[in-house]
Design a protein around this ligand. Structure first.
Ligand SMILES: [Fe+2]
Length: 387
């Protein structure tokens, strides 16, 4: 894959404030948007960790009225988005703040779309379907992985159909992202592993994506370096805030890369899997990543060789077959070192589920930028290898 100047590339990003403690400034940003009443979106775990109270304290200090919607589940659902939209309207809110992992943030993005259009979120599946600007949106991530706070993606679970659907539009990039590494102190080792693997996969998929380019490559490579070099240690020493900052920065850079270069087959297949089994997104990625990399390698060998080198593999004197093998081994070792051993079978997937999973993976927008063009049959084979 070569990049010439004739390829047009764009780069969108929210206003980003990065640094320990920046969550306490949320009211300043809300007031910039003329906040009358703020809808605060979160989940019970984030409330218990005390991060929602910090947002409330900031709003109260500036006499900004707000109401809370803190019941969002992991893998946020259509009904939860629509209930949030109802609460927003009933309370005459005019700004949305979400604090949490990918689930509250995606739910908040969905609420913005639903209230702006006055329609069901189900109608916006796909790329560039947004017609009306959403209300001002301020996101505060409390995990280092999903990067919903910088991305053009919204992923919502449709439990009726047992699938997730994606909305991709620059209209869902939030206005402000307050990235505060202190909030990741509440992540347990499992959540740190899930979100860290997700971020590493974002960086790899963005770097080999057919939508990659100079605007995203540097972010993707730096993200790989930061996450590969610090995740294991961060999980081992959870109170080291300097390591938290490195992983949070890596996650943010992976987010900027994948938001603009888009992703690939790991995410297409992982969205399908997560909708089917309601499993954590990072765990789905972990079960698939080395199988997809092995499948994709031949379509972008120079790019994958750079991935391997960035992950610390000495490629001197190796041919591409050997580099591919080393890269696959490195990914498996890295996964194990943060606690992932499971295959899909251990998660309850059987070979009879593969046609259903593959059909939905082929409908996911992420499959379109995978470096190797993939048929449904290809996707079935890769799922089979991950069983
Ligand atoms: Fe992801």
């Amino acid at each position: 894959m070569s990049h010439t100047l004739s390829q047009l590339r764009k780069f969108v990003s929210p206003e980003i404030i990065f640094g320990a403690g920046c969550r306490h400034n949320v009211a300043n940003y809300a007031s910039t948007f003329g906040a009358r009443k703020v809808l605060v979106v979160s989940d019970p775990g984030v409330v218990a960790a005390g991060w929602v109270a910090d947002v409330e304290a900031s709003l109260q200090a500036q006499n900004i009225d707000y109401c809370l919607y803190t019941d969002v589940s992991p893998n946020p659902r259509v009904e939860e988005v629509m209930l949030g939209a109802e609460i927003y309207r009933a309370n005459a809110c005019n700004v949305i703040v979400a604090i949490g992992g990918g689930s509250p943030m995606d739910c908040a993005k969905g609420i913005g779309i639903a209230v702006a259009h006055g329609r069901s979120i189900l109608e916006f599946e796909g790329v560039d379907t947004i017609r009306v600007p959403s209300p001002p949106l301020i996101l505060i991530p409390t995990t280092a992985g999903t990067s919903a706070d910088v991305s053009q993606f919204v992923i919502i679970s449709n439990q009726q159909e047992r699938m997730k659907f994606s909305i991709v539009s620059k209209a869902v990039v939030p206005d402000v992202s307050l990235i505060d590494p202190e909030t990741t102190l509440s992540m347990d080792p499992f959540l740190s592993a899930c979100t860290g693997i997700d971020a590493l996969v974002h960086a790899i998929e963005a770097f080999v994506s057919t939508g990659s380019g100079p605007l995203t490559d540097t972010h993707a490579l730096e993200a790989m370096r930061l996450i590969n070099g610090n995740l294991v240690q961060m999980i081992a020493t959870p109170n080291d805030i300097a390591l938290r900052e490195k992983i949070m920065l890596g996650s943010m850079q992976a987010g900027l890369a994948f938001s603009n270069a888009i992703l690939g087959a790991v995410h297409a297949m992982s969205h399908s899997l997560g909708g089917f089994l309601d499993l954590p997104h990072g765990m789905c990625n972990a079960a698939l990543v080395e199988h997809v990399v092995a499948f994709n390698y031949s379509a972008a060998p120079e790019r994958f060789s750079m991935v391997a080198q960035t992950l610390g593999i000495d490629v001197r004197g190796l041919n591409h077959n050997q580099i591919r093998q080393r890269l696959v081994e490195h990914l498996v070792t890295f996964k194990k070192s943060v606690g992932f051993h499971e295959t899909l079978k251990l998660h309850g997937v059987s070979s009879s589920d593969i046609p259903f999973l593959s059909r939905h993976a082929m409908e996911d927008p992420c499959i379109l930028t995978n470096p190797r063009e993939s048929s449904q049959r290809d996707v079935e084979v890769v799922y089979g290898e991950a069983l």
